[in-house]
Ligand binder design. Structure first.
Ligand code: HGY
Ligand code: MN
Ligand code: MN
Ligand code: MN
Length: 405
């Protein structure tokens, strides 16, 4: 199967050979290399590769236009991320095109293989930035001004990569042409591992979002400043982390503080500022709101107790995504024809995807490929070659069914 060749060519791009993790950040070198891999592989298949105004790539089989079917994912990663989150969906889509050709399928409708930009938000902080721009969910002005850790803006980075940042904007025409979008993705959990199924179908994406918290204290000497004289921002920061965890436990939600910037970050200087990000997710928006409100309150109370300034700003929010039942069930039936058992698992997920953004504008569905470790956003993320092949065949079956309608 051509998937193995595609995967062998892509796998080294952006990989840290010590950790085995991936560092593929949008518009940086490894991303440019991954985009070149995609363009070469798609062009070699006779697909017409185009970058849209937001830096998303579309490789067309047939002339772009109404009634199009699209499938794809992303190539960027979280810091030290896994190999499969994103790239599996892109490589499988190209291999599915080979599979369809091998079956003699000639689409009567245009088919696009897509790569969306900055899905992880790993460099510029807002996840699914490329698909959100096309969906008109984020303004070009805000996107242009987003900065990475070294202060480089999305606009400048995009321009340096050869794209026009002034072209950024909603792309209603592109989305209107889409009849359906399907994303294949490595499972980010281990529900399938406990079943005989290499491939599952998504039922929903939990509501989720990111909030920035800024704790403004007063820098002073770690050794000489009396405790009662301190305005140490690390203390309300610590309260926020523990509050996130206890609220997640109470509400059976997910709340994580995994990124923080401490200024001036000196071992013997009480910080002046701590900036940290809350990633919160829950099965419904009411629960999500309760978790975020609880963290906000706990952090504000602790900040007041320590004479520390506090602000919390929402940076991205995705409401509950319920994938269209008709399409979801049709995919499950198609995947079931090749599965060990026709009752294919149909599962919700707490992970965000470009499919979650597109679902508000286009009939959308997701397939999952079994992950034996259940781990994601880590070098331990994994999918077995046989299961990847099963994913390609399932995607090809689904595309063949959609293209024939
Ligand atoms: O963070 C997420 O949910 C996704 O993996 N980008
Ligand atoms: Mn991810
Ligand atoms: Mn992903
Ligand atoms: Mn000193």
């Amino acid at each position: 199967m051509s998937f193995d060749r595609l995967w062998a060519d892509l796998a080294p791009v952006g990989r840290d050979d010590d950790s085995g993790g991936y560092h593929r950040y949008t518009w940086a070198d490894a991303d440019t290399e991954a985009r070149a891999w995609f363009t070469d592989a798609a062009t070699a298949r006779g697909l017409d590769v185009r970058a849209d105004r937001n830096g998303n790539l579309w490789a067309w089989w047939g002339t772009p236009g109404p009634g199009a079917v699209a499938t794809g994912s992303h190539l960027d990663s979280v810091p030290d991320g896994g190999a499969f989150d994103g790239p599996l969906g892109v490589a499988a889509a190209l291999a599915a095109v080979d599979e369809l050709r091998g079956r003699g399928v000639t689409p009567v409708r245009p088919l696009a293989v897509t790569v969306f930009a900055e899905e992880e938000g790993g460099r510029f902080g807002v996840p699914c930035l490329g698909s959100r721009l096309s969906a008109g969910e984020i303004s070009p002005e805000r996107a242009r001004g987003l900065t990475d850790a070294s202060g480089v803006t999305w606009g400048r980075a995009m321009e340096a990569a050869g794209h026009d940042p002034l072209a950024l904007g909603a792309d209603p025409g592109a989305l209107a042409d889409l009849d359906v979008f399907v994303e294949l993705h490595v499972e980010q959990g281990r529900a399938l591992e406990d079943t005989a199924h290499p491939v599952g179908v998504a039922s929903a994406i939990w509501p989720h979002g990111r909030w920035r918290m800024d704790f403004t204290g007063r820098a002073d000497h770690a050794g000489t400043t009396r405790l009662e004289d301190r305005n140490d921002p690390m203390l309300p920061f610590a309260h926020a982390i523990l509050a996130a965890r206890s609220l997640a436990e109470r509400h059976d939600a997910r709340a994580t503080v995994a990124r923080a910037l401490v200024s001036p970050n000196g071992t013997n200087a009480i910080p002046s500022l701590v900036s940290a990000w809350l990633d919160a997710r829950a099965a419904d928006s009411g629960t999500l709101d309760a978790v975020v409100a609880g963290v906000r309150e706990a952090a504000a109370d602790a900040a007041r107790d320590h004479g520390v300034g506090y602000a919390m700003t929402g940076e991205s929010l995705t409401p509950l995504v319920g994938f269209a039942h008709g399409l979801r069930d049709r995919l499950a039936a198609v995947v079931g024809t090749r599965a060990p058992d026709p009752r294919v698992p149909v599962l919700p997920t707490g992970a965000g995807h470009d499919a979650g953004v597109l679902a508000a504008h286009v009939p959308t569905a997701m397939l999952y490929v079994r992950n034996p470790t259940g781990v994601s956003h880590s070098p331990r993320e994994h999918a077995r070659p046989d299961d990847c092949h099963a994913g390609v065949l399932a995607l090809a079956d689904v595309l063949q069914d959609l293209l024939a309608r």
